[in-house]
Design a protein around this ligand. Structure first.
Ligand code: ADP
Ligand code: ADP
Length: 224
């Protein structure tokens, strides 16, 4: 599903994000990436869907080179990748439903999205996704009225509505308390097991990593 071939990343200011990384992640794995702050976890995750460019090497996602892809090819690869962030990245003043539906945006023309014209099938997918994270009754509540844990579950539902085959989660529980952490991690585990969605999750708590990962990848800050 994902392969890193000798990938390095140096930021424009000279900071080194990654050095000669070679990894293979198979479909259906629940991979947790651990390491101290500054080890390169975010850099690694953001390279997978090319939120930034790497300096060297190649990354293959779903059999295609995302580092070389252009135009429609890049867009198609990205459509299969759901993204979850530490601070949820929801549109705060929009409803939960609108946020979950935004996962469908890549399937439609821009003008339809500007007008918010989602087909009925999309609304059904969004409701199903909310059911999977046990939040169907919150569909018409504004996103900023939810707790942090609930917002994170909405962002999982958004990735499900997107029909992502791979979910990248960058410190998804770093701002949550232990009970909420468990709920969010349990949801990620459930979608991994029930839907076979491949997970790559950055965490800084090793005990949480041990509980959920089918494989743990440790990153160490590279010295030049
Ligand atoms: P986290 O705690 O999530 O690792 P950081 O504080 O490392 O967050 O980074 C927050 C933001 O600042 C990120 O967008 C990251 O890319 C950027 N950043 C991190 N380190 C540097 C740096 N040395 N120079 C410029 N930007 C940085
Ligand atoms: P982690 O997620 O493990 O905390 P990062 O990937 O954020 O690590 O950072 C890895 C290294 O890259 C650190 O030295 C960090 O300061 C640097 N870095 C991260 N983002 C940026 C950025 N936007 N600009 C410059 N340096 C960055």
């Amino acid at each position: 599903m994902i392969e890193f071939k000798n990938v390095s990343k140096v930021y424009p200011n000279g900071a080194r994000g990654l050095k000669n990384i070679n990894i293979k992640i198979e479909k259906g794995e629940f991979v947790v990436v651990v390491g101290l702050s500054g080890a390169g976890k975010s850099t690694l995750l953001r390279s997978i869907n090319r939120l930034h460019e790497v300096s060297n090497g190649e990354i293959i996602v779903g059999g295609k080179s995302i580092t070389k892809a252009q135009g429609t090819d890049l867009y198609r690869i990205r459509r299969d990748i759901g993204m979850i962030f530490q601070h949820f990245n929801l549109v705060k003043r929009s409803s939960v439903m609108r946020n979950v539906l935004s996962g469908r945006a890549g399937y439609h023309s821009t003008w339809k999205m500007v007008l918010g014209l989602f087909p009925k099938k999309d609304k059904e997918l969004a409701i199903q996704a909310l059911k999977r994270v046990n939040m169907p009754e919150k569909a018409y509540i504004r996103a900023d009225q939810l707790s942090g844990g609930q917002q994170q579950r909405v962002s999982i539902a958004r990735a499900l509505a997107q029909e992502a085959k791979l979910i990248l989660a960058d410190e998804p529980v770093a701002s949550l308390d232990p009970l909420t952490t468990k709920q969010v991690m349990d949801d990620l585990q459930r979608v991994n097991q029930e839907l076979g969605i491949t997970m790559v999750v950055n965490l800084h708590f090793i005990d949480v990593a041990r509980k959920y990962a089918t494989r743990i990848i440790g990153l160490r800050r590279s010295r030049f």
